[in-house]
Design a protein around this ligand. Structure first.
Ligand code: ZN
Length: 230
């Protein structure tokens, strides 16, 4: 028996494949979990039969993409093209220099980071709302968030390091596991209430306010110190 309605649904508009790709590749959700989350967010989900072919297509497209990048940037490929032109006596065409292609690659990394943070902002700004917000309907942009973190968390845009808002330790938003935390869990979904934390720090803090969390940490500390003394 088909449990979900799949035809007239608006998951494609409300959620879309890009977001579902992130659930699969960043969070590792199963097809069932993807469908459940779609249903929860907008009342409809992609059919079972369309998920597996879609992800096969994504894998193929990634391989094609990588091949294109390799062709565009590989020194041998660039030299090979130049040699081809020489032997064929054709006029030279514009080919990217190595530095240009390296810069393009860096732009790619920044683009990927932007993409991943925009998804986190959508989730952050959807807290307490029935339907997930699109990034363009959120209260702030990726650039505004990173600029704000430069001031509040010493974000460094070259290394992508910043200070975790809970423990103060170093956190790399490209390579480390991290969460976007509501500083005040009962507060608004605003830029001022948005902080980057280690995943484990945010999991410990759970939905406590900063004050409640500090009290709990102090209590745990005192308890363990008293055990050590006796
Ligand atoms: Zn931390």
């Amino acid at each position: 028996m088909e449990k979900y309605k799949t035809s007239a649904g608006n998951w494609k508009q409300q959620i879309g494949w890009d977001e579902i790709d992130k659930w699969k590749y960043e969070e590792g959700l199963s097809y069932k979990a993807i469908r459940d989350r779609c249903i929860e967010l907008c009342g409809s989900a992609p059919s079972k039969g369309s998920l597996s072919p879609h992800f096969n297509e994504v894998v193929k497209e990634n391989l094609r993409q990588r091949q294109r990048v390799y062709r565009a940037e590989n020194v041998n490929v660039i030299l090979g093209k130049k040699l081809d032109q020489f032997w064929r006596h054709t006029p030279p065409i514009e080919l990217p220099t190595i530095t240009e292609s390296v810069r393009a690659k860096e732009r790619g990394a920044t683009k990927a980071l932007e993409f991943s943070i925009s998804g986190r902002i959508s989730r952050f700004c959807s807290k307490g709302e029935k339907v997930k917000r699109l990034y363009r309907d959120c209260n702030f942009t990726v650039q505004q968030l990173l600029d704000s973190w430069k001031g509040t968390q010493n974000y460094d845009e070259d290394s992508h390091n910043l200070e975790c808002a809970i423990c103060g330790g170093s956190l790399n938003i490209v390579n480390d596991l991290w969460h976007m935390d509501h500083i005040d869990p009962r507060g608004k979904n605003t830029l001022e209430n948005c902080a980057a934390t280690h995943r484990v720090c945010n999991q410990m803090k759970s939905d406590l306010s900063q004050e409640e969390f500090q009290e709990l940490v102090a209590k745990i500390n005192n308890f363990n110190q008293s055990k050590n003394i006796s």
